[in-house]
Write a protein that binds this ligand. Structure first.
Ligand code: HEC
Ligand code: HEC
Length: 286
């Protein structure tokens, strides 16, 4: 009898611990991605008057995003039931991220990089959602974006064939981080603005996309061309991404999330750099 009880206890602990360990690992992965390469908070964190993140309201939304001809705020993606995503199922949150469709069937507007997130792996999008469930819920009603230009009417068919992150090939994994996870290529491609699928296919990373007031700031060319990163060492590229310091010592301006990119781990930084070095060397704008 007592032997039997011990074996039941052993069985229970055996069956629960690997499960919770897998769950913990997923939350950790989601936390890492959301706060480094993906930098969700760059758009979703509220900011104080100086533009700094408000630390006790992370991901609660409400910061105005500088997009021409529009009034857009990062949405509240904390688990608050009334004003956040607390009542959404995991599948509904995943659909909003990868397909841009909310539970009420409305479409999430730009600049939420849905076109890039469509290609995020199942494991990674689930990990990010698992992490979102763990952040403190914050009550903060955020209005939906108003756009004075045509916004997408669909981001494409439901994601049915999600790619897995190819992490045994450094260049491929870097491509995955710079695209589906980090949307670096959405900013660093398309000289006219938002890149077209053709831009992303033919001239990824060639820069020139206008940002800032009046579009005066141009995204840098990240290809190995002389107007790009030709001749840069790995540590020079890493310093620009992590600290926002260019090769000539200039402090970089604009929308990059340096305070989050600072914590990109060494392996992921190496993958990102390997991918940038493998890009077709083309002049700015392609
Ligand atoms: C470049 C800015 C930007 C980034 C980066 C970004 N988002 Fe968003 N996201 C937005 C904006 C803006 C909206 C609201 C758009 C609107 O009002 O139609 C939004 C909406 C959402 C929504 C729908 C919520 C709702 O109530 O409308 C979810 C879920 C979401 N984002 C999750 C994420 C996650 C997770 C990440 C990181 C992996 C992320 N976002 C990164 C800008 C961004
Ligand atoms: C929201 C848009 C945006 C995103 C996302 C973004 N960048 Fe940038 N990036 C810019 C802009 C704009 C500049 C130019 C800043 C300046 O000139 O002051 C820049 C500059 C850089 C530079 C400096 C190059 C130089 O000549 O000094 C590097 C390197 C870089 N980005 C890499 C990346 C990588 C890698 C990612 C993804 C992890 C990324 N960027 C994500 C907009 C973006």
């Amino acid at each position: 009898m007592s032997f039997k009880m011990i074996s039941v206890v052993a069985l229970v602990s055996l069956s629960t611990s690997p499960l919770s360990t897998a769950q913990d690992a997923s939350v950790e992965r989601g936390k890492y991605l959301a706060n480094t390469v993906a930098a969700c908070g760059n758009c979703h964190n509220p900011r104080d008057a100086k533009g700094q993140y408000i630390e006790d309201k992370l991901l609660a939304g409400g910061a105005r995003i500088g997009l021409p001809k529009s009034t857009v705020y990062g949405a509240n993606i904390t688990p608050d039931a009334e004003t956040g995503i607390g009542k959404w199922t995991d599948e509904q949150v995943i659909r909003a991220i990868r397909e841009g469709v909310r539970p009420d069937n409305s479409l999430v507007g730009p600049p939420m990089p849905v076109e890039m997130y469509r290609h995020m792996s199942d494991d990674d999008v689930k990990a990010i959602v698992a992490y979102l469930r763990t952040v403190p819920p914050v009550k903060n009603e955020v209005p939906r974006g108003k756009y004075d230009f045509p916004t997408p009417t669909s981001y494409g068919p439901p994601v049915s064939n999600p790619v897995s992150a190819v992490n045994n090939d450094l260049v491929k994994y870097g491509e995955y981080l710079a695209g589906p996870v980090g949307h670096c290529m959405a900013c660093h491609t398309g000289i006219e603005g938002e890149p077209t699928p053709e831009d992303l296919e033919k001239r990824p990373g060639t820069g020139g996309r206008p940002f800032g007031p009046g579009g005066s700031l141009k995204a840098s060319n990240l290809t190995p061309h002389e107007t790009g990163l030709k001749g840069w060492t790995d540590s020079e590229i890493a310093l620009a991404i992590r600290e926002g310091i260019s090769r000539d010592g200039r402090q970089l301006k604009g929308p990059m999330a340096f305070s989050m990119y600072k914590n990109i781990n060494q392996a992921d930084m190496q993958a990102l750099i390997a991918y940038l070095r493998a890009l077709n060397p083309l002049p700015t704008g392609g």
